[in-house]
Design a protein. Structure first.
Length: 254
């Protein structure tokens, strides 16, 4: 994505965000994609209203085989490549999604002397479509990185994207804060680099918190709390407030 290179001498800190379930609700993207696949199935497979059973399956907890299950419910017996075609439609559709209201407020009122960046996993084309649909290319995000630009090996918890962002801004690690939602993979790399890390636990998000012993991660439920939570860390001493913290396992070798 296009980078708006800031004047580095004007920055003291950089807020780096995950995308899915951090700046918007990922379930909205899933439902948008299922509706797009349903419209395609109506035109290409002559199966009307396939979106309805797919949405029902998703909302009742089905994951991983929604296309197969919905086709079976519709009694479809067709070409074996139809699932891969549906998956392509899903990934390549223009999503109908919107920023969370708290994300809109934060992006509209940038904290002084603070840069904004995004690090997101997922297939590059699909993630770029999300960024465009959310209008993030027009909201003065200084840098947006899809880890898939370097291949699957660079997806989180790999360090590559975090090193890239830190090099781009040219600030010490203590100047960076990563806000994300997935305790299983999002926080290992930035924690190892010495970044501040904060977990956002949005209601209705797809992933579930995974807690355990390891790196300290503070938790918020809205980005409106971000300034207050981030300032719990005293820059000169590196000390943090002990309240409202959870932990995440850090695998060996990260």
């Amino acid at each position: 994505m296009k980078a708006f290179r800031p004047r580095m001498q004007d920055l003291d800190a950089v807020l780096v965000f995950d995308l899915d379930d951090t700046l918007y609700l990922e379930r909205d993207y899933v439902e948008s994609g299922l509706r797009a696949v349903g419209a395609w199935a109506s035109q290409q497979l002559a199966i009307p209203d396939l979106a309805d059973p797919m949405l029902h399956l998703f909302r009742t907890g089905s994951r991983g085989h929604i296309f197969d299950e919905a086709l079976a419910l519709a009694g479809y017996r067709g070409k074996p490549d139809v699932i891969s075609r549906m998956l392509n439609v899903y990934r390549q559709h223009s999503p109908r999604i919107a920023l969370a209201e708290d994300a809109m407020r934060l992006l509209a009122d940038r904290p002084p002397r603070t840069g904004f960046a995004i690090i997101t996993d997922g297939y590059r084309d699909a993630q770029k479509r999300k960024l465009r649909a959310l209008g993030l290319t027009d909201r003065r995000i200084d840098l947006a990185i899809c880890t898939d630009r370097w291949g699957r090996a660079a997806w989180k918890p790999a360090h590559r994207a975090f090193n890239y962002v830190q090099d781009f801004f040219g600030l010490p690690s203590a100047a960076f804060c990563y806000v994300a939602d997935n305790m299983d993979k999002d926080f290992q790399a930035p924690s190892a680099l010495g970044w501040e890390v904060i977990a956002i636990d949005r209601p209705n998000r797809l992933t579930q918190q995974i807690c355990g012993n390891g790196q300290i991660v503070r938790e918020i439920v809205t980005l409106d709390d971000l300034d207050r939570e981030w300032m719990l860390k005293t820059p000169k001493t590196g000390k943090i407030d002990s309240g409202n913290i959870i932990h995440v396992n850090v695998p060996d070798g990260i």
